[in-house]
Design a protein around this ligand. Structure first.
Ligand SMILES: NC(=O)c1ccc[n+]([C@@H]2O[C@H](COP(=O)([O-])OP(=O)(O)OC[C@H]3O[C@@H](n4cnc5c(N)ncnc54)[C@H](OP(=O)(O)O)[C@@H]3O)[C@@H](O)[C@H]2O)c1
Length: 332
């Protein structure tokens, strides 16, 4: 049994990381904010730590208050995927990670491994002409503020010499409790099959329970100081995603092609309107760039081999089980 700190423990991915760590009998320290909603956390079986990642000194005090020598592993999963101002990405995804790691080192609480939840967005999309999958050896070229903040924090982690690290770069993550895919399923439920990019757009996916299993498994692995893509090993087209979703929902649909200029306008307007109310918006200029990039296929063979990881869900089984969960929880 190891002591594992998981930050962002209450969120979509974080809550599954906690469940998997508990399933593998680890002692879990769930790092959350004072404002976080804990509905998906088993508060009786986890140590809830209310952390302020913006304040390195306060973090050091938190570690000193704990009656343990140190965490064995830290999975730093907390991160912003939507923000009010683009500069917030760097503050939250990059600066807060530095605060966390440095507070642990300064308080002599350094873990055996620091595992960072980065993103495929740190690499940016693959070549839209050759449509070859993004390779781990490719030069990173993120196209969004979010992706650039993830790349900067990766670079920071690689430069520091205090703590062994692992960086995971998941592609689009889906599963129960997620809100992004739910919008697509809701549209299909209403017989609308939305297309933003070409139906031939290439995509990759990872089911949240597989991602959680890989990360918890990676704590005990001898692999360290590397970056790893995470997908289920397959490439899908946008058309396949719709087809699989329609089948799982049992719905016929009308295709609705949203013209790019219209989508761009809507994205910009909703971003500005949200900013004026100091709110975040699901559709924004970063999201527009991601949605309209043609190639998000990635080669995750190295990851599968390094961690002897066999994904248990492909898109068809993953979507079917997600839809079952949404229905059971009256979200669809
Ligand atoms: N979902 C995907 O497809 C995907 C793909 C690749 C990588 N990722 C990465 O996976 C991680 C988890 O994402 P998710 O999809 O599970 O999103 P999520 O449900 O929004 O969870 C994000 C978590 O981070 C916390 N967080 C956000 N802003 C914070 C801040 N300023 N200070 C402290 N904690 C903060 C949230 O706390 P509150 O609940 O209190 O806001 C929440 O616990 C992120 O690092 C994200 O970049 C996600």
């Amino acid at each position: 049994m190891s002591r594992i700190l998981i930050t962002g423990a209450n969120g979509f991915i974080g809550s599954f990381l906690v469940e998997e760590a508990l399933r593998q009998n680890h002692e879990v320290y769930a790092g959350v904010r004072s404002s976080s909603n804990l509905q998906y956390l088993d508060v009786d079986r986890t140590h809830i730590l209310r952390l302020d990642l913006s304040d390195r000194e306060k973090l050091k005090q938190e570690w000193k208050k704990l009656d343990i020598p140190a965490f064995d592993y830290v999975i730093h999963n907390a991160g912003a995927t939507q923000v009010v101002e683009p500069s917030d990405f760097d503050r939250i995804n990059n600066q807060y990670t530095q605060n966390l790691l440095e507070s642990l080192v300064e308080a002599k609480f350094a873990p055996k491994k620091f595992i960072l939840m980065s993103s495929l967005a740190a690499m940016g999309p693959g070549n839209a002409k050759s449509m070859l999958p993004i390779e781990p050896s490719d030069q990173p070229a993120p196209i969004t503020h979010y992706g650039r903040s993830k790349l900067r924090v990766e670079e920071y982690l690689k430069k520091q010499q205090e703590v062994p690290y692992l960086i995971f770069r998941p592609t689009a993550v889906y599963g129960p409790r997620d809100k992004d895919f739910l919008s697509l399923f809701k549209a299909i439920q209403k017989h609308i099959e939305p297309y933003i990019s070409s139906p031939k757009q290439q995509l990759s996916f990872i089911y949240v329970k597989d991602l959680a299993r890989l990360l918890i498994q990676s704590t005990g692995s001898s692999v360290s100081n590397g970056s790893f893509f995470v997908s289920d090993g397959e490439t899908y087209t946008c058309r396949q995603l719709s087809k699989i979703s329609k089948k799982a929902l049992g719905k016929w649909t009308f295709p609705l092609v949203i013209p790019r200029p219209l989508l761009k306008c809507i994205a910009l307007l909703s971003e500005k309107a949200a900013q004026a109310r100091s709110k975040t918006s699901l559709l924004n200029s970063d999201k527009y760039k991601e949605l309209t990039s043609m190639n998000w296929a990635c080669n995750s063979q190295e990851t599968l081999e390094a961690f002897k990881f066999i994904p248990q869900y492909d898109l068809e089984t993953g979507i079917a089980s997600s839809i079952q969960w949404y229905r059971k929880n009256k979200q669809l």
